[in-house]
Design a protein around this ligand. Structure first.
Ligand SMILES: *Cc1c(COP(=O)(O)O)cnc(C)c1O
Length: 394
C-alpha cells in the first residue's frame, strides 16, 4: 500500500460509465502521459491524430476548434488567448522583415498598435488604406505587400466596405496565396452569422470569441480560421513556437455560449436597430453610424452582402456640444455602462476621440460615442438614452 501523498495522486477514480451528457467535459492538462518511449517518439501534434501537450490541444479545445471552423464556414481553426492574440498571430506567422502589411484606417486599434510597435521593430512596414476606396487599396499595394487586413465594418466608425471589390483588388496581384498576397478578415462583427467570410473570398478569418461566441463578458479568446491547409500549417507552427494555449474551462464557456449565439445575435441586432433609428431622430445628433441605416457609409454593400448586423452603433453629436457635455451624457447613463468590449449581456458605451485614432482626415467636428447593446429590454435602454440626452445641454 502506498503512502498518502502517492494515493492522493494515484486515486482509483474513473469517470462514470455511460455518462452521455449534452455538455462537453472539460479536459485540462499540461502534458499527456505516453504509454512507452516508442509512442513518445511517434508523437505528432500537427495532424490532431493524438494528444501530445496541453498547448497543442485537449479534447475540449479540439472540439471548440471544430465548432468555430464550422461556424465560419472554414476548415481549420487555431485557438489563442484573446482576439488581439489572433490578430498578432496572423502577422507573426505570415510576415518577415522587408514585407509590408496593409491595414484599413478604421481597423481595431490594437491591430494598428502591433504594426506600429512590434512589426516596425522587426523590419516589417505597414500602411493604412481607405477601406471605402478599392482604388486607394490598389494604389497602396506594392511588391512588398504580403498581407492585407480587412474589417467589416470598421471599429468605432462602422463604415461597411465593399468586400468583393477589395478582394478583386487583392486577387489581381500574383502569385495567389499562400505564396502571394493573403487577405485576412477581422470577422468579429459578422461572427460567422451575418455573412460567410470565405464565400466573400478571404483566406483567413479572425474572430474575437470574447464577443458573441462567449456572450457572457467573462472569457477572453480568439480564433484563426482558414480553408487552406498550407496556410493553416504556417499559422499552427507559429502558434506552437510562440506558446499560445487556451484553458479548458474557458473553452467550455465558449462552447456553452456558442449554442445560444445566433439567438443573441438576432435579438441584439433588432434592439440595436431600434435604438439607432431612435437616436437618429434626436435633435442633438448629427449622424448615427450603423450599416443597416440608409445613409450610413457602406449601407448598400452591407445590404447586398449581409443577412444581419451586430449590436454596435455610433452616434456623432452636433458640433455645438463640447466633449465636456458629451462626457456628462455618458456619465448620466444608468443602464449603458462605460466599458470596452461588446456582445455581452450588459449594454456599454465609450466616447472616442476619432481624429486621434485614425491617420486619415475625419470630417466631423462633433464627438462620437459608440454603443454596444446588450440583452436588456429595449424600452428601458431607450428611456436611459432619453434621460441622459436631457443632461447633454447642461
Ligand atoms: C474586441 C475585438 C478584438 C479583440 O478581442 P479581445 O479578445 O478583446 O482581444 C479584435 N477585433 C475586434 C473587431 C474586436 O471588437
Amino acid at each position: 500500500m502506498s503512502e498518502l501523498p502517492t494515493r492522493l495522486i494515484h486515486h482509483p477514480y474513473q469517470p462514470p460509465a455511460g455518462f452521455q451528457a449534452i455538455t462537453v467535459p472539460i479536459y485540462k492538462a499540461s502534458t499527456v502521459i505516453f504509454p512507452d518511449v516508442a509512442a513518445l517518439r511517434r508523437r505528432d501534434w500537427t495532424q490532431k491524430a493524438g494528444y501530445t501537450y496541453g498547448l497543442q490541444g485537449t479534447p475540449t479545445t479540439f472540439l471548440l476548434e471544430e465548432r468555430v471552423a464550422s461556424l465560419e464556414g472554414g476548415r481549420y481553426c487555431t485557438l489563442v488567448p484573446s482576439g488581439l492574440a489572433a490578430l498578432s498571430l496572423v502577422d507573426m506567422a505570415l510576415l518577415k522583415a522587408g514585407d509590408e502589411v496593409l491595414i484599413p484606417d478604421n481597423a481595431y486599434g490594437p491591430n494598428k498598435a502591433f504594426a506600429e510597435g512590434e512589426l516596425q521593430a522587426w523590419g516589417i512596414t505597414h500602411r493604412y488604406y481607405d477601406p471605402m476606396s478599392p482604388a486607394d487599396l490598389a494604389a497602396s499595394m506594392s511588391d512588398r505587400t504580403r498581407l492585407v487586413w480587412l474589417e467589416a465594418p470598421g471599429s468605432i466608425t462602422l463604415e461597411f466596405p465593399d468586400l468583393p471589390a477589395l478582394m478583386a483588388v487583392i486577387r489581381a496581384r500574383q502569385p495567389a496565396p499562400p505564396e502571394g498576397v493573403i487577405a485576412a478578415l477581422d470577422n468579429t462583427w459578422g461572427a460567422g452569422l451575418a455573412f460567410n467570410a470565405f464565400d466573400a473570398g478571404v483566406d483567413i478569418s479572425v474572430h474575437a470569441l470574447t464577443k458573441y461566441p462567449s456572450g457572457g463578458a467573462d472569457v477572453l479568446m480568439g480564433s484563426v480560421v482558414t480553408r487552406d491547409e498550407a496556410l493553416h500549417r504556417r499559422i499552427q507552427y507559429c502558434h506552437m513556437r510562440v506558446g499560445h494555449g487556451v484553458a479548458g474551462n474557458d473553452a467550455e464557456l465558449v462552447l456553452r455560449g456558442m449554442s445560444t449565439m445566433s439567438l443573441r445575435y438576432a435579438a441584439q441586432d433588432a434592439a440595436t436597430r431600434t435604438l439607432a433609428l431612435w437616436m437618429q431622430q434626436q435633435p442633438q445628433v448629427a449622424e448615427v453610424r450603423h450599416p443597416a441605416l440608409p445613409g450610413s457609409p457602406g449601407h448598400a454593400a452591407w445590404q447586398r452582402d449581409c443577412s444581419g448586423a451586430a449590436c454596435l452603433f455610433s452616434v456623432i453629436f452636433k458640433p455645438e456640444f463640447e466633449q465636456r457635455q458629451i462626457d456628462i451624457f455618458c456619465d448620466s447613463l444608468q443602464l449603458f455602462k462605460l466599458g470596452y468590449s461588446w456582445a455581452g449581456p450588459m449594454s456599454l458605451c465609450v466616447p472616442y476621440d476619432v481624429p486621434s485614432i485614425r491617420r486619415r482626415p475625419w470630417p466631423h467636428a462633433g464627438g462620437l460615442v459608440r454603443f454596444s447593446v446588450g440583452l436588456e429590454h429595449v424600452a428601458d435602454l431607450q428611456a436611459d438614452l432619453a434621460q441622459a440626452l436631457t443632461k447633454l445641454a447642461g
